[in-house]
Design a protein around this ligand. Structure first.
Ligand SMILES: *[C@@H]1O[C@H](CO)[C@@H](O)[C@H](O)[C@H]1NC(C)=O
Ligand SMILES: *[C@@H]1O[C@H](CO)[C@@H](O)[C@H](O)[C@H]1NC(C)=O
Length: 407
């Protein structure tokens, strides 16, 4: 019997051994995987990459399914990490990075209100900028009498010194309307310094002829646009503090000036309007983090993920008191080179001024021929992309005039 049993059980023994060995191997492998996984815990990049692989198709259900094979504490960790990845991607896409360039980075530490830290992290040394904080503006050219009358609206046009043709287009069209419906309108071009003496001579002549140029004593470049805008506000306080409204536009914006004047008269029937900052509002935006973007901002310059709400810069309308508030607020707001964000975002927040969103139709429509006629009728501001500028500008202006029955 004993012999028989041994003989019978013999064939099962090696199977059992194999089974035990397999179990041990599986256990060891699992442990090893766990240890490997743990050892990369400290390295954020590697960890996120591994987990990213795990969450390949980016659905929480899949992650749950996969993580069900792990111990509960590991499951929890995996799910947490997945959430982190999701948040990262949200942060990435919302700052406008193309999907294909999604790159995993250490977790974003700042949320929606991260821009508030821009104020918190400011110390006295950060607000000593000679122009935007101390307002030490000097004018190479200044038509200081341009506003010497009863003015409804002063239009400040940020202009590149080299863009004489664009200024001429404006002067020949909406900029030529200086009086409408009993109201005075003053357009002024805001320029800054150029190195080229030849160009400077031309600008001097242009200013003498048209009396509509202000030229600041800092280099004209897009990195200095904030200087231009604060200089505009400075000029308003100094030479035009009786205007009811100030509009800021770029030199590629075509204004339906008749529509604008009617709208402003309607807004201030008794001549008084306050706290009016009217524009197309950007919410929940952040800096561009793609290196070859013209508006790229490295984290060293702006480490937070969000901007405060701010106005699209092609056109915004301010009541006079708003210009004054923003101007004074700029003393305490650290320089930031993206002018719309600086003026209508940070300075507005500091001054307690809130943007009002443009009514539909008032906002811009790109100045493209196929849209032209129908949009002109409702728009106040039309934006011409450079290549369309000369082609459609005159036609759009003619449409505007005929719509308002102007000869
Ligand atoms: C203006 O911009 C230029 C080039 O971006 C820079 O070199 C210059 O220092 C800036 N500031 C002033 C005050 O001109
Ligand atoms: C405008 O400026 C003049 C002269 O600088 C000053 O006398 C006047 O009080 C100012 N008005 C307003 C509304 O700030």
């Amino acid at each position: 019997m004993v012999r028989n049993m041994r003989i019978r059980t013999m064939p099962y023994r090696p199977k059992l051994v194999v089974l035990i060995i397999v179990v041990i191997i599986v256990l060891i492998t699992n442990r090893t995987i766990f240890y490997i996984r743990s050892s990369i815990e400290d390295v954020d990049q590697a960890k996120l990459k591994t987990l990213k692989k795990l969450a390949k198709d980016e659905s929480l259900a899949t992650v749950n399914r996969i993580s069900a094979k792990f111990a509960p504490f590991q499951q929890k960790q995996i799910q947490e990490n997945f959430m982190q990845i999701e948040q990262l991607q949200d942060a990435k896409t919302s700052v406008g990075q193309p999907q294909s360039e999604k790159k995993l980075q250490p977790p974003v530490q700042y949320g929606k209100d991260s821009y508030l830290k821009y104020f918190k992290d400011t110390n006295d040394n950060d607000i000593q900028d000679s122009f935007v904080n101390l307002h030490n503006y000097g004018f190479i050219l200044n038509n200081k009498h341009a506003c010497n009358k009863n003015v409804l609206v002063l239009v400040l046009i940020n202009s590149d010194p080299r863009k004489y043709k664009e200024r001429k287009l404006i002067r020949d069209t909406w900029g030529s309307v200086r009086f409408y419906s009993g109201a005075n309108i003053v357009p002024l071009f805001i320029l800054a310094k150029v190195e080229d003496q030849n160009l400077q001579d031309k600008i001097v002549l242009e200013s003498k002829t048209n009396l509509d140029i202000i030229q600041g004593n800092f280099i004209d470049s897009y990195r200095n646009l904030t200087y231009k805008c604060v200089m505009g506000l400075h000029w308003v306080q100094k030479y035009c503090n009786h205007t009811k409204f100030v509009v800021k536009v770029d030199d590629d914006t075509l204004i339906d000036i008749y529509h604008l004047v009617r709208f402003l008269l309607q807004k201030s029937p008794d001549g008084n309007v306050e706290d009016f900052l009217y524009c197309s509002i950007y919410h929940n935006q952040g800096p561009r983090r793609t290196k070859d973007d013209k508006w790229f901002v490295p984290e060293s310059e702006y480490p937070y993920s969000k901007y405060p709400p701010y106005c699209e810069g092609f056109a915004y309308v301010m009541s006079y008191d708003v210009t004054k508030k923003l101007y004074h607020a700029s003393r305490e707001v650290k320089f930031y080179w993206i002018d719309d964000v600086y003026i209508t975002g940070f300075a507005a927040l500091k001054a307690g001024v809130f943007q009002r969103n443009m009514e539909s139709g008032h906002g811009y429509n790109l100045l493209e021929s196929e849209h032209l006629s129908k949009n002109v009728q409702s728009s106040m501001f039309l934006l011409a992309k450079y290549e369309h500028l000369r082609k459609n500008w005159g036609a759009a202006w003619n449409d505007i005039k005929s719509f308002h029955q102007i000869e």
